[in-house]
Design a protein. Structure first.
Length: 373
């Protein structure tokens, strides 16, 4: 079976490598097409592989003009491969990647599956109403539609799909989470954490960039300390992605910065932490939450975003509206009061993010798509 993955997100996230390695291991023949801007710093590529074609074929400013950017990408894509050699296309976003898959189906008859990401919903469906018909057309012509979270699924069908098209699109849609590296499963502690430190040690992992909403998070935690006369620490771990932001964050004395760490270093670091917190949006999945869970950390995550749909509130952590100070204050208090129970629940539920099981589901989907041809 030969698969063409179209994945413009592979340049910024190593997440997908976990899937591609497993698909290669079971004998699938892969090409992963990764279009990036001419201005993109190639040294910032998050992952690579022998199956990967990273191609600079548009300019950064063209991102605001969807037809121009994507026709440049399509021209390169069509001239790059012999599409008679592919069995199907797996597009990893609805608009940017799904539009390309839709065009390939129109030209070459290739069946495709498409994933719907939070950026598709927040940016294209939400802020570009003139693009909604395009998104619906891509969904209608897909053989399979994957939503990474139940929240994304609910929002699309409640807000953007016309009633007369609901049944057809829902019939080929399902929710399928992403997984985390086997390292985190293999190195999960055998016992839950017993009690938090004083002051409470909170940790957040990711690129230091505005989209992660760290400025809001730091301000909220500062207010928590003032409201409750209780000290805490926030440890930020990750590469500095946007100049100037880190200086603003570390101006708060309770904020401590640590450069990016290896998986091994991060697991050891998590062992000394109490709570993982990240209130970013939009967020399709958020693998850092699951990685932190695997180390027994209760988590605080963004209400209404991708991770919020996996577990009921108060189980492995707390969902919080990032603009609601009272919710955050109550979440921290609840975790402190139920700490060991939530740590144990985090460890018990990490199996949900097993790439081996997820890959088997994708293989079943591929076979189903080909059986229909």
């Amino acid at each position: 079976m030969r698969i063409l993955h179209i994945n413009s997100y592979f340049s910024t996230s190593g997440l997908f490598k976990q899937l591609y390695q497993r698909q290669e291991a079971v004998g699938l023949d892969l090409n992963v097409y990764v279009p990036i801007a001419h201005e993109y710093d190639i040294e910032k590529l998050a992952a690579s592989g022998s199956y990967t074609d990273v191609v600079k074929n548009f300019h950064q400013w063209e991102r605001v003009i969807f037809p121009m950017k994507h026709h440049h990408i399509l021209k390169d894509l069509v001239g790059r491969y012999n599409f008679e050699n592919f069995d199907l296309v797996h597009a990893h976003s609805l608009f940017s990647n799904g539009w390309l898959a839709y065009q390939l189906k129109q030209r070459f008859g290739l069946p495709y599956m498409v994933a719907v990401r939070s950026a598709d919903i927040a940016t294209f469906f939400g802020k570009m109403p003139w693009m909604r018909a395009t998104g619906i057309r891509i969904l209608q012509n897909a053989e399979k539609i994957i939503f990474i979270s139940q929240n994304n699924y609910n929002e699309v069908f409640e807000k953007y799909i016309p009633k007369h098209k609901l049944d057809d699109i829902q019939a080929k849609s399902q929710v399928l989470a992403n997984g985390i590296d086997d390292f985190w499963h293999q190195n999960a502690p055998s016992q839950a954490k017993e009690a938090p430190h004083h002051p409470l040690r909170m940790v957040s992992t990711g690129k230091i960039m505005k989209r992660k909403r760290y400025e809001n998070l730091v301000a909220r935690l500062d207010s928590f300390q003032k409201n409750h006369q209780e000290k805490l620490e926030l440890h930020l771990v990750g590469p500095e992605w946007e100049k100037g932001l880190l200086d603003k964050l570390t101006a708060y004395p309770f904020v401590h910065y640590h450069p990016a760490m290896s998986k091994e270093e991060l697991a050891n670091f998590y062992a000394d932490m109490d709570v993982f917190i990240l209130l970013s949006y939009p967020e399709t999945f958020g693998l850092v939450y699951a990685e932190a869970m695997s180390q027994g950390l209760p988590i605080i995550y963004t209400k209404g975003q991708g991770f919020d749909s996996f577990f009921s509130n108060h189980l492995v952590g707390e969902s919080v509206d990032p603009h609601d100070q009272d919710q955050l204050d109550q979440a921290i208090g609840y975790i402190q009061d139920h700490y060991t129970t939530m740590s144990a629940a985090a460890l018990a539920n990490i199996h949900y993010f097993d790439w081996n099981k997820i890959n088997q589901e994708y293989l079943s989907i591929y076979r189903m798509m080909l059986d229909k041809q």
